[in-house]
Design a protein around this ligand. Structure first.
Ligand SMILES: Nc1ncnc2c1ncn2[C@@H]1O[C@H](COP(=O)(O)OP(=O)(O)OP(=O)(O)O)[C@@H](O)[C@H]1O
Length: 282
């Protein structure tokens, strides 16, 4: 579905953002792309969408080279950027009617239901909606598009707590098995219980790329009142010492994505503790 090989990308000659980056994704996953501010998450999504071009290397999305912006490619990829991309002078419903013919599997009933669920007035001009409401229109478009690949840049940024929860539920319920979603975010908690796979981008490289199920099988996440021996990574918090251990006989735990992220970005080779071969590290 997505194959990235030896990708080099920079905005200027002085600093390289991605260097020999490799990545592959399978169909039917909700993939979280995590990274610190400036790690290159938005840039990576824009390369996948064909809005930025690699300096060198190969990028293939659904069998297409994104930079060629093939018509079929454009009808199968929906990108929601972090900033508002909608025409302010149109109401959401009218914009949906204009956009729908470009996406062969667009479902207008889902669109209407989502706007209702998100409590957005579909008759109001988009420019008169708040930032969060405009964001919800973009997300409703993406989730109704039926596209094979949906790219979401910081989708929960600007949403209130109940809207974040509604978005998570709708994301899981609306998607079909032949759709793939890549979500770039640094708001890790917002994606809890939503992701199938997590990819961590740091210092121009993918430092971890693993299924949540593999992480839960191979790692044990816990909190203790004192230091834990044999921890792969630990961090003091208000709750006590949060730690990650290699899992042997311990009970399976929910993956603590924030702790995992801190561990990986502080240089711990977490991927070497994973049992499955489809997890990798840079
Ligand atoms: N149009 C541009 N021209 C030059 N440099 C840019 C441009 N856009 C982004 N950059 C730089 O590229 C780097 C990666 O930016 P990008 O927006 O992709 O990161 P990000 O991980 O999405 O960050 P954030 O979490 O803050 O949104 C940053 O150092 C940024 O300054």
């Amino acid at each position: 579905m997505i194959q990235v090989q030896n990708l080099d990308f920079s905005y200027s000659k002085k600093s390289q953002l991605f260097s020999q980056l490799n990545w592959e994704s399978r169909t039917g996953n909700i993939i979280g792309m995590l990274g610190k501010n400036g790690a290159g998450k938005s840039s990576f999504l824009r390369i996948l969408a064909g809005l930025l071009f690699p300096n060198s290397g190969q990028v293939s999305v659904l069998g297409f080279s994104p930079e060629q912006r093939n018509q079929t490619f454009l009808s199968e990829v929906f990108f929601v950027p972090d900033e508002n991309f909608l025409p302010g002078y149109l109401p959401a419903e009218r914009y949906q009617q204009i956009l729908q013919p470009f996406y062969p599997r667009f479902d207008s009933e889902i669109f209407t239901r989502l706007l209702d669920r998100f409590e957005v007035d579909s008759q109001e001009k988009i420019k008169n909606l708040s930032f969060g409401q405009q964001k919800k229109v973009g997300l409703a478009m993406a989730l109704s598009s039926g596209c094979a690949l949906i790219l979401l840049d910081e989708p929960t940024n600007g949403l209130d707590i109940s809207s974040k929860s509604a978005f998570r539920k709708e994301l899981i319920s609306v998607l079909s098995e032949d759709q793939t979603v890549v979500i770039a975010t640094h708001l890790i908690r917002d994606l809890e219980n939503t992701l199938d796979r997590v990819m961590i981008l740091d210092q121009g490289q993918i430092k971890l790329d693993a299924d949540l199920s593999d992480l839960a099988d191979s790692l044990h996440f816990g909190v203790s009142q004192s230091e834990v021996s044999g921890a792969i990574y630990s961090q003091s918090s208000a709750l006590g010492v949060q730690f990650i251990q290699e899992r042997t006989t311990q009970a399976q735990t929910v993956v603590n994505l924030e702790l995992l992220f801190e561990g990986v970005t502080s240089g711990v080779p977490i991927a070497s503790f994973l049992s499955k071969t489809n997890s990798l590290t840079a």
